[in-house]
Design a protein around this ligand. Sequence first.
Ligand SMILES: Cc1ncc(COP(=O)(O)O)c(C=O)c1O
Length: 363
Amino acid sequence: MYDRKFNFSAGPATMPLPVLEQIRDELFNYRGSGMSVMEMSHRSPAFQQIYDDAVADLRKLMGIPEHYQVLFIQGGATLQFSMIPLNLMKNGAADYIVTGAWSKKALQEAQKYGDVRCVATSQDRNYAYIPDCSDLPIRPEADYVYICQNETIHGTLFQTLPNTKGKILVSDQSSMFLSQPCNVEDFGAIYAGVQKNVGPAGMSIVIIREDLICQDLDPRIPVYLRYDTHAKAGSMYNTPNCWSIYVCGKVFRYLLDMGGLEAVEKANREKAQILYDYLDSSRLFRCTVDPGYRSMMNVPFVTGSKDLDAQVLAYTKAAGLEDLKGHRSVGGLRASIYNAMPKEGVEALVACLKKFEREHPHV
Ligand SMILES: Cc1ncc(COP(=O)(O)O)c(C=O)c1O
């Protein structure tokens, strides 16, 4: 009815249609306030209510314990590559596990601020797997162990968390946030850029154990890059990304109404299985990630020929399937099938790929 396409973009990404419809209905006059949320003071009672409801719903959705703070911080997930080391490296050391482009970027940024080492990597096979993390050489002086739990470009997911040998675990969950249940207490800090599974780009959600929010930091650290600044001000030290917070709140409520994260995971598993089963049975396509490490959210696949990949891309686009181009470091195609991608979208993709395969019997 709106002539929408199936959007496989890695982010910004597809949103749940009922959420977009609610936003449309409230766009000009938010619940009798006489204005759009876009126009509303962040100090107004109406916006404070939006904020409080969003935090309460996220706490309920993830079962976030009281001793963890929920912060909404502008700057996207990339800013957290700096904020994490600036705030958490009290001994000046940290150990990173590098499983793809995003954890590598985070490592390189953190190395500016202290003695930061890579303790495991899967770089040898272009990050097609997650290394064994059961007995890593974690250093006694390390302040934390860092992972990117779901690598958006390379399409891997940590199915089990690393053994950190008692150190706190910090996780970039950007591309898997709210895609499955999460035991928050397994982590010292979790963060996620919201533009994949939650809302409009330009903001991150940080969930951090209260005792890790340090007041005694190097005074040269910019005030905006300190977690205590945001924690003390209830994420409103300055004008927050009100619009994004409002939309995120709608998505939290939508996921609660869907039955919570168990129900979300069930739907995601089913969708991912449809695509992986097809890729594993295909003569033409190959998933670039080893079984056992595959993401439920980002599925990279190739034909083995750049020309043919380009043909497939044009073919899927003509069928109304958008943004399937793989990242240049992996090549081929990538289907991002976040929470809001309906099963029908994945089925349409598989039907289109099958048709292409049938029409190209000799390649
Ligand atoms: C896993 C991961 N971390 C970090 C980022 C960076 O996010 P942002 O563009 O919000 O800074 C991305 C972006 O795609 C990502 O996928």
